[in-house]
Design a protein around this ligand. Structure first.
Ligand code: 5RP
Length: 225
């Protein structure tokens, strides 16, 4: 196993400690989340069911024999476990590298605690090295791209990708995101944007980050206990 995969596996294993027995949990999307899903099965973790942030994760969970529920059919979730493309010192995130940002943001919002599992490559001082994914209505893509250029970004159409919600993705390069809360709110005001990949209004509560020395637990000071 490659070192990066070993680190993803290590943080996925560490996240098991945050899973309350017998409850419905939120489960994210991506290669790190896949390690977590596989561990739920191999470690015989007792969950009632899962709400998945993508069709891919739902299929993986079902293949392992877990029940997958719609978010509409559950109350608030106690925990959501997912990866990220970047995180900053305040545990604000960029997500959406796997095009699942909209459902990820909704499931995170519906969860009391968001446990983010990453390897050290995702750590930055200022968000924006990773291009910011933005889900757009297909008919609005060019209009939204022009608006993003006005904000100083360089949007690139992610060709060939249609999200689980039937929309397209723009990846915005060149943004130095010093104030992620403000930029997230600003982007939410552009007509045609379905969702942007900044998770600042609802950041992670816990980041489990693996490097060569092991797994480190980073807590957001005002996060729920
Ligand atoms: C998917 C995501 C993922 O969490 C993010 O892309 C990280 O993926 P990986 O664990 O494969 O590095 O936001 O939309």
């Amino acid at each position: 196993m490659q070192a990066q995969d070993a680190r993803k596996l290590a943080v996925a294993r560490a996240a098991l400690a945050y899973v309350p027995a017998g409850e419905v949990i939120g489960v994210g999307t991506g290669s790190t989340a896949n390690f977590f899903i596989d561990l739920l099965k191999s470690e015989r973790i007792d969950i009632a069911a899962a709400v998945a942030s993508s069709q891919a994760s739902a299929a993986r969970l079902k293949a392992h024999g877990f029940d997958v529920l719609e978010l509409n059919d559950v109350d608030a979730l106690s925990v959501y476990v997912d990866g990220a493309d970047e995180f900053d010192p305040r545990l604000c995130l960029i997500k959406g590298g796997g095009a699942a940002l909209t459902r990820e943001k909704i499931v995170a919002a519906a969860s009391r605690r968001f446990v983010c599992i990453v390897d050290e490559s995702k750590r930055v001082d200022v968000l924006g090295r990773f291009p910011l994914p933005i889900e757009v209505l297909t008919m609005a893509r060019s209009y939204v791209a022009r608006e993003l250029v006005k904000l100083g970004g360089h949007p690139v159409y992610r060709e060939g990708v249609i999200t689980d919600n039937g929309h397209q993705i723009l990846d915005v390069w060149g943004l130095r995101i010093d104030d992620p809360i403000s930029l997230e709110a600003r982007l939410n005001q552009i007509d045609g944007i379905v969702c942007n990949g900044l998770f600042a209004h609802r950041p992670a509560d816990v980041v489990l980050m693996a490097d060569a020395t092991g797994v480190h637990t980073l807590l957001r000071p005002d996060a729920p206990a």
